[in-house]
Design a protein around this ligand. Sequence first.
Ligand code: PMP
Ligand code: GLN
Length: 380
Amino acid sequence: MQISSKLPNVGTTIFTTMSGLAKEHNAINLSQGFPDFECNPKLLELAQKNMSAGFNQYAPMPGVIQLRECIAQIISNCYNQNYNPDTEITITAGATQAIYTAIAAFINAGDEVIVFEPAYDCYIPSIELHGAKAVSSQLNPIDFSINWDDVRAKVSTKTKMILINSPHNPSGTIISAQDLLELEKIVAGKNILVLSDEVYEHMVFDGQQHQSVAKNKTLAQQSIIVSSFGKTVHTTGWKIGYVAAPKELMAEFRKVHQFLVFAVNHPFQLALADFLSEKNNYLELKNFYQAKRDLFLKLTSSSRLKPLKTAGTYFQLMSYKDISNESDTDFAIKLTKENKLATIPLSVFYTNKYDNKILRFCFAKKDETLEKAAEIINKL
Ligand code: PMP
Ligand code: GLN
């Protein structure tokens, strides 16, 4: 049979590849972004309680109302913006599904979507699967800031969406309030949607604030916000996230959502609603991860790997320019096989495979894992 691939240039994701290699070579895995520690036992108890109480059939299509109300409360507390839980919030099977659904709902063949590179891996394939074109704007290679002149130059009559991500994976940088104003100037009054991937919203460090598009009234009217509980409560395996958007946009989003997944895991949604009604269960996350970042930086301070600045997320970039000239992919593979430490090479997040000799390390790990990783790093 002749298969005409819709994604001829796409292979298996780097996260699957590097986690597989880590396992095969018994390496410490700082590659794929997930915690190696358990979530709060209270959350597990709540999940168990809801399963035992019989919430094991389909949840409502947009998600259980308790969780949608809880999200509306979180957004109101953190960003001072009101979303109607009934019509403006939908629970998704993680952020990946949310992003795919948003693109499927609003992007037609021939449209253009502006994305920033380095870009999280699912963005461009999701755009291309809908016959649209991803128009890349390169972030500054040193500090990963957005070049707004370049964005303005790339907006065309075909531009239907701008996809932003802050805190940013893979760089760990965040956008500023000024960035939101620049974005507002570009999209205000135009038929351009903003798809804002904010899955690391509660991990912003050093007293800085997360700049959600929800904070900006004009942008919020044209934006679809995506987040993921996997990051916030250490349950990446639960694959539960959400989308917040004005009701006209949400109505279109739900038309697709209902045929893509229909509804999301019922008892776990109820558990999340209970758990997150306690504010500290998300507000404390930034301190928790800032301590992990600081520990990792301290443990590796004498290394020949040089850290870049991490303002948010659970990723730390490190340059290995002083150690080797090898390509970042070769270096990462060698590090996994020979030194038993798995990381992600940054070039995989660029269409043109731009290689600035940088690796991404995930520090969502037990302190003892970070200590073991640091021992390896310090010997390089
Ligand atoms: N966006 C970004 C920036 C991510 O890093 C991730 C996963 N870590 C996702 C989306 C996908 O989240 P989920 O696992 O909830 O699908
Ligand atoms: N988002 C995670 C990362 O950046 C990986 C998620 C996945 O494996 N799809 O590492």
